[in-house]
Design a protein around this ligand. Structure first.
Ligand code: THU
Length: 130
């Protein structure tokens, strides 16, 4: 799949976010190995700290539908610049999705693509439990 298309889906996913406190909309589009796309938006709660990011929303939606193999995640936000995933999302995505491509899109529709392992080097993981 064309990552430009996946990035468009992430931009679309901002519309399903619910950030009444920060007012910062983030959208994520998670691509499975068999080319299905799961969308996620950030969802904020009045207790603030129980907020969930767009990326983890998409990952948990996909997992709860039985998906286990992934290729890439695209992320879009209200910032004019690229929106890098937070530390918690990096760990969760590496744990549950593996070393996928992370496609960030800015307001000029330019893409920045990095491997998740570049964003979270020397990470703790399943291998360390053995
Ligand atoms: N947020 C995401 O959804 N993903 C990111 O990668 C960074 C931050 C959300 C969390 C919170 O709802 C809002 O953006 C401001 O931090």
């Amino acid at each position: 799949m064309d990552y430009k298309y996946l990035a468009e889906k992430a931009i679309e996913a901002k519309a399903i976010s619910h950030p009444p406190y920060s007012n910062f909309h983030v959208g994520a589009a998670l691509l499975t190995e068999d080319e299905k796309i799961y969308l996620g938006g950030n969802i904020e709660t009045p207790s603030y700290s129980l907020t969930i990011c767009a990326e983890r929303t998409a990952v948990f939606k996909a997992y709860s539908e039985g998906e286990r193999k992934f290729k890439a995640v695209a992320i879009a936000s209200d910032s004019p610049d690229y929106c890098p995933p937070c530390g918690s999302c990096r760990q969760v995505m590496l744990d549950l999705c593996g070393d996928i491509d992370v496609v960030m899109v800015n307001h000029k529709d330019e893409l920045k693509i990095l491997k998740l392992s570049q964003l979270l080097p020397f990470a703790f993981g399943d291998k360390d439990l053995k």
